[in-house]
Design a protein around this ligand. Sequence first.
Ligand code: DI6
Ligand code: FE
Length: 401
Amino acid sequence: MKKRWYNCHIATMQNGQYSIIENGAIISNAHLIEWIGPEAECAVDSSIESIDLQGAWVTPGLIDCHTHSVFGGNRSREFEQRLNGVSYAEIAAQGGGIVSTVKATRAASEAELLALALKRIEHLRREGVTCIEIKSGYGLDLANERKMLRVIREIAAQLPLTVKSTCLAAHALPPEYQDRADEYIDHVCDIMLPSLHAEQLIDAVDAFCEYLAFSPAQVERVFQTAKRLGLPIKLHAEQLSALGGSSLAAHYHALSADHLEFMSEDDVLAMAASNTVAVILPGAFFMLKETQYPPIQSLLKHGVPIALSTDLNPGTSPVLSLRLMLNMGCTLFGLTPEQALAGATLHAAQALGLADSHGSLAVGKVADFVAWDIEHPAEIMYWLGGDLNKRVIHHAQELTF
Ligand code: DI6
Ligand code: FE
């Protein structure tokens, strides 16, 4: 069915720029964009449904390309303990930290995890997010990683939302493998990834390359397995220390390397050469009170596409607003509003392997867009908090909340 969306201004985000069409219109056919341009040039066919966008600014639907939004429990008590002076080491010794989320996730049923995740994702959807990536990584054994990935598939089935599923089995060392990290990586490569891929639960493979998680050599084995299975890869790299994970990811033509506070100039050049997206996560930076900044200007200078995301997770980034991350991308990291918006649209799509179909408004791409009641696109990241008036359209269907 065709629809004509008119009386709007459009920031198409073609080429990562606003690429504005003033007084524009869009014709959608089924879930795709069939025509886009100035309203004056839009053939008016009175037989198709016409939707008056009342002067709104239209942008592509927002894409949150890095989340851990499926997990049991939360760690607000730890947050409170830390602020009451209890050290991170003491909390970890009491069974806190990431291990506590693994315990809570293992203890939760699929239905419980689903209900919790839907509540969190609702915040993002109401903000204009039409596409999201969700990682496993709090199960850390075959049954529990499968449970998380099935929940991610169920979210996709229940919501008018595009969902990409990433297997992050190499997120942390499960307690039962203490001091046996190489054996756990064997298990991930020989059993978990092949089985979960055969069950069609995985769209991409990720790992946490960090001194407190897995070494570059261990990560490389995960990448080789992903490559053998034909799965795209992503990597948590250079968040807390410089191990060269982002160069390794680039060498394997990863879709993205994420965090990147401690990356070197050589890492930047490697990512530029492989066209790997740099996913910047201001929520984790802020919550950890990090002082080492990712080398944004160097990434820009060398043409590395930059995406922004919530990293929604219970430990380091309990962030329920992608719009807030766009603001932080500007205020903390010096991106322009145009660059920030590209980071949650065009470049986020590329980080998910969706560059051909998502992330900008153009003929042949999906009709996923937000019609914002604002004066200029910079307002999207200018306002802190609150809920901007908007209409959200996924696959040419207007959503109701
Ligand atoms: N980066 C992080 O900051 C975390 N995981 C990751 O890969 C933290 C996850 C957690 O603490 O639950
Ligand atoms: Fe993460």
